[in-house]
Design a protein around this ligand. Structure first.
Ligand code: SF4
Length: 533
């Protein structure tokens, strides 16, 4: 297979070129520790066919380089210069290191690398696998940041009907993807319980013929959970995910529920569900209810308490998500919002703490970091829709609204909930072919390509990064956005920078921890039996 050699945080090779002389150091590092690359490469001396195309980024006195295949290497300034000038002699340690990570054009095994690329980009060879069904706009919570256009529990007119649900399942099964993952969203999707059950049964029936890799997940606030419903969900292998914003005071301040104590209820059911998984003989290290926090201004000082809360309730992973620019979150930005710098400071504090916990033997990970490290260290493509190119809009996921409208994604329907149908690509009355080939879909896919973005095209993180066109549109007014002053770009570039610094300076134990975060445990239990009932 691939000749890929994962580049760890190796110290610069002792047998490589010598370090900078004091004079070169002063010229290239005039501000102390950040390399000035402009002075390093004379364009007239570049040997264009020696190296494969690569991007670079200075890290103090080192340079990170990456290529389109997703390889990376750390170089000294003079090593970078030697690579650019084609001045690396065969048989040297530097040559071997660059060749093993596919930076020397003449040594690249094109057939093997094409196969490796095809494997990582396999999502390009079939249609959307994630199908987000909004079963209702009703909800009994009044969360201050809620994305969707929620209505009171009496508004049953906003429920998805059985007819629309069946037509939605029919459409979802037309995807060319071998996998169909139906995610129940809302409002609170359990408010439309009968239709939820109907979708599960109808999809299972269809799969008896289709034989796809079918799975269900339910995103719920757990307020309507009872033992009977839980029995059904566990019996039908519906994966469960909830919202937990941290300790009680923080959670209940934001996630307002007139019917009771939201935090107490969520914790009670999370423990109960985890116990039921254990009773079923499922490995408790892998099978737990998932929970997601939404980070508000009020949460920023509480990074430690939030991580501790997740550990306390049995979670071993936490996904630290910035507040989205959609829906009520946009309206309440003044009270809940914060700058990207404030979020990144919060993120670094929280992940530093998570790393420290791991050093003490407590295994826990941050999901954003795990996804990025999977790409960088393990050469995997987790198909996380926000960090792939092209992005997931229309060709990675579809959003199904109760009225039968189809959107580019869940975020696309959030934009619609704000009164803008920009991302409506059709209805359940359309054919799958119409949906995935129409002009809106084509525009979303083209705009979601890193190679079509002026800044991304020369960014060292391009092979591992991605676009979300709905975010670009909402924050900058165009599908493409402008990465130079995009908070999307700033968030991802800063987290990549943070992680690369950690990897560069990691000792063997820390590196083993980061490698552990890249292990993707397949949750086979949640796959429906193929082709049987
Ligand atoms: S979005 Fe920003 S960090 Fe990501 S590839 Fe583009 S320029 Fe780089």
């Amino acid at each position: 297979m691939s000749q890929h050699v994962t580049n760890g945080p190796t110290a610069l090779d002792a047998q490589s070129l010598p370090p900078l002389s004091p004079a070169e150091h002063d010229r290239l590092l005039p501000h102390g520790n950040t390399l000035q690359l402009q002075g390093l490469i004379d364009p007239g001396k570049v040997k264009a066919d020696f190296a494969v195309p690569f991007n670079h980024r200075a890290f103090g006195d080192k340079v990170l380089i990456s290529n389109d295949l997703g390889d990376h290497a750390w170089l000294s300034p003079l090593e970078l210069q030697a690579l650019a000038y084609g001045d690396v002699a065969s048989g040297t340690a530097l040559y071997d290191r660059l060749a093993s990570s596919n930076f020397i054009a003449a040594t690249v095994d094109i057939k093997a690398q094409a196969e490796r690329w095809r494997k990582k980009k396999q999502y390009l060879f079939y249609g959307p696998s994630l199908h987000a069904f909004v079963l209702t706009h009703r909800c009994n919570h009044g969360c201050q940041y809620c994305h969707s256009s929620i209505v009171g529990m009496e508004r049953t007119d906003t429920d998805m009907s059985v007819e629309v649900a069946e037509r939605s399942v029919d459409l979802a099964f037309q995807t060319t993807s071998p996998g169909v993952s139906i995610e129940f969203q809302g409002g609170e999707p359990m408010a439309n319980w009968e239709v939820l059950q109907h979708v599960v049964e109808y999809a299972r029936q269809k799969n008896a013929l289709a034989g796809k890799s079918l799975s269900f997940s339910l995103v719920t606030n757990l307020s309507l959970m009872d033992e009977e419903k839980l029995d059904y969900l566990l019996d039908r292998k519906v994966q469960l995910c909830t919202s937990l914003d941290g300790p009680a005071e923080l959670h209940n301040k934001i996630r307002i529920w007139k019917g009771g104590n939201s935090h107490e209820h969520v914790i009670k059911w999370m423990r109960r569900i985890n116990q039921r998984y254990a009773d079923m003989g499922l490995d408790p290290n892998s099978y737990r209810i998932e929970a997601l926090p939404t980070i508000t201004r009020q949460a920023l000082p509480h990074w430690k308490a939030i991580v501790d809360q997740y550990l306390d309730v049995g979670c071993r992973a936490i996904f630290l998500r910035k507040l989205d620019p959609f829906g009520f979150a946009a309206k309440s930005a003044k009270t809940l919002g914060y700058s990207m710098d404030e979020f990144l400071e919060f993120y670094a504090h929280a992940v530093d703490y998570i790393i420290e916990l791991n050093r003490q033997g407590i295994q826990v990970m941050e999901r954003h970091a795990a996804i990025m490290l999977s790409k960088i260290l393990a050469d995997l493509e987790p198909n996380y829709l926000d960090l792939r190119t092209p992005g997931g809009a229309c060709i990675g996921q579809l959003g199904y609204a109760p009225d039968g409208s189809i959107y580019s994604s869940d975020e696309g329907r959030f934009v619609a909930a704000m009164g803008d149908d920009m991302f409506k690509i059709g209805t359940v009355e359309d054919t799958y072919h119409q949906l995935v080939t129409n002009g809106a879909t084509r525009a979303a896919v083209m705009a979601g390509l890193n190679d079509g973005q002026p800044d991304c095209v020369s960014c060292v993180y391009k092979p591992w990064c991605g676009q979300q066109v709905e975010y670009n549109y909402k924050t900058q007014g165009s599908l493409h956005g402008r990465m130079r002053d995009s908070t999307w770009c700033k968030k991802h570039k800063s987290i990549f920078d943070y992680l690369m610094h950690k990897v560069l300076n990691a000792n063997a134990e820390d590196l083993a921890m980061f490698q552990r975060w890249t292990i993707n445990r397949k949750l086979e239990h949640f796959l429906q039996d193929r082709g049987t009932l």
